[in-house]
Design a protein around this ligand. Structure first.
Ligand code: ADP
Ligand code: 5GP
Length: 192
């Protein structure tokens, strides 16, 4: 029987919602799934490692990858550029490995055109007040940056109907369980 290609999972969420935390927990529990590491021109946050969390590149390097057609999609967020490396994702899918892209709504809509059968998962916060609290507790952004992220979160939340699944990240364990269930169900789908 022919090996099926890997399945693509797109996970989006407003910044501070817990997408990184949830993806880490998911990958620890489902070792057969891989996360694509994106390019970004944003500087690393405390604790972030080059090549593990992002490929931290200069704007010139980012531009070079774009020109070489080395990205599946790219977008600008909070003044920095972010993009999905093409070759690695295509190779993993071709080998039959499932891949997670943790990307913003703009990137997700571009991927939807390229991979209509991908699974689109939107993580939402229990409330905007809780989202603001999480951003404050994370201590990576100042007051001005947090209010910018909240404003953008409201716009991003309007993209929810474009996604296949919604997981509310209220309780971390429950939300992780729901993500795992979605992946298991997608793997059982007939025909895709
Ligand atoms: P994102 O990647 O979406 O920007 P993070 O994963 O960095 O978000 O999470 C933002 C902050 O919220 C972090 O400090 C994280 O520990 C915390 N967090 C994530 N999920 C939950 C949750 N379910 N309940 C409470 N705090 C959470
Ligand atoms: P952060 O700086 O908080 O890590 O990410 C900011 C936003 O950029 C988040 O919404 C995150 O999902 C998004 N992002 C990260 N990598 C990519 C990518 O490769 N492409 C796109 N379009 N968005 C990305």
């Amino acid at each position: 029987m022919k090996k099926r290609p890997g399945k693509l999972f797109i996970i989006s969420a407003p910044s501070g919602c817990g997408k990184t935390t949830l993806c880490e927990r998911l990958l620890e529990r489902m070792p057969r799934i891989r996360r694509s590491v994106s390019f970004t021109t944003r500087p690393p946050r405390r604790g972030e490692k080059n090549k593990r969390d992002y490929f931290f590149v200069t704007p010139e390097e980012f531009e070079r990858h774009k020109k070489k057609n080395n990205m599946l999609e790219w977008a600008r967020n909070f003044g920095f550029y972010y993009g999905t490396p093409k070759d690695n994702v295509l190779k993993l899918l071709d080998e039959g490995t499932d891949v997670v892209l943790a990307i913003d709504v703009k990137g997700a809509m571009k991927i939807k055109k390229l991979f209509p059968s991908a699974a689109f998962i939107f993580i939402t916060p229990p409330s905007i007040t809780e989202l603001e609290k999480r951003l404050r507790n994370r201590k990576t952004d100042d007051h001005f940056e947090i209010s910018k992220r909240i404003k953008i979160a409201r716009i991003e939340l309007s993209y929810l109907p474009m996604y296949t699944y919604n997981v509310v990240n209220d309780n971390l364990s429950k939300a992780t369980g729901k993500l795992k269930a979605i992946i298991k169900a997608e793997r059982c789908k007939v025909g895709k």
